[in-house]
Design a protein. Structure first.
Length: 274
């Protein structure tokens, strides 16, 4: 089991490198060329076959994201496909990722998804497209949107994509052992509270976040839709949440944790279908 998790850690889930500003936004993209069959996919020359796999997965991924976000993409998405590690590392400075949306809303895929992690391509593409969709409307980074919601929404949209290395049962066991996402943390410009701030592993954080967002949606999808649209309209997350639910997120989601601790496993919302 330790070896499995060590191998999984190298992938570090979807990556989701999100910072306020970064030199990556200035890195030229002229090394990519558009795929003849689909100009939304730009590839490192010589890796057109990889690009074709991405293009084949793209329509379903876009449809799933738009259904989950209740809105179409503001602009046609573009995916940059790196066939070599040198290419990926030039654009994604955070190590050990398999895909990322970096500053300036650039979606970059690594060669891992054409090799040892090819089975994750559709799921991670959907996960990162969810970040890109939101980034088109509110910018690459927004300090009022907590990381647990940002990542949980993307993982739910991708039917667990980005959260594959911890199961629901393992995430629930972690909660029962006292390891849970800290919903009281508040981000500020330049400081995001990730998994370590909650004292849990990155895998547990992604899966728990997905379960939290899924529970919130399952309890009241109409309310969740209002929250999703408010967030995409650049509303402050905390204010929008209070306006819709009449409670702070931690108070509302106490019902999720109570269900877990009381052996009454929460009902989860199904991921949006295209």
């Amino acid at each position: 089991m330790r070896q499995v998790f060590a191998a999984a850690a190298l992938a570090l889930l979807a990556g989701c490198a999100l910072t306020v500003s970064d030199p990556r936004a200035l890195t030229p993209l002229d090394s990519f060329v558009p795929l003849v069959a689909d100009a939304r996919v730009w590839v490192e020359p010589g890796y057109e076959a990889y690009g074709a796999r991405v293009a084949a997965a793209l329509p379903a991924a876009i449809a799933r994201v738009e259904a989950a976000h209740y809105l179409s993409f503001a602009r046609a998405p573009r995916v940059h496909v790196c066939g070599t590690e040198a290419c990926f590392q030039r654009h994604v400075l955070t190590p050990k990722l398999s895909a990322a949306v970096v500053p300036d809303n650039r979606l970059i895929l690594s060669p891992n998804l054409d090799g040892k992690e090819s089975h994750r391509l559709s799921a991670l593409l959907t996960h990162e497209l969810a970040h890109l969709h939101l980034g088109q409307r509110i910018g690459h980074y927004h300090p009022t949107l907590p990381v647990w919601f940002h990542e949980g929404w993307a993982a739910l949209t991708a039917d667990g994509g980005g959260a594959e290395y911890v199961s629901d049962a393992q995430a629930i066991a972690a909660i029962r052992a006292g390891r849970r996402v800290n919903l009281a943390l508040r981000d500020v410009p330049g400081k995001r509270h990730r998994a370590g701030a909650s004292g849990i592993g990155i895998f547990e954080f992604y899966r728990q976040s997905m379960l939290l967002v899924g529970w919130l949606k399952a309890q009241d999808e109409a309310g969740f839709r209002r929250l999703a649209l408010a967030v995409q309209d650049n509303a402050d997350f905390e204010i929008a949440f209070w306006n819709i639910y009449g409670q702070a997120p931690a108070d509302r989601l106490a019902g999720f944790f109570d269900g877990v601790l009381g052996d009454n496993l929460p009902v989860q919302a199904a991921p949006a279908q295209p």
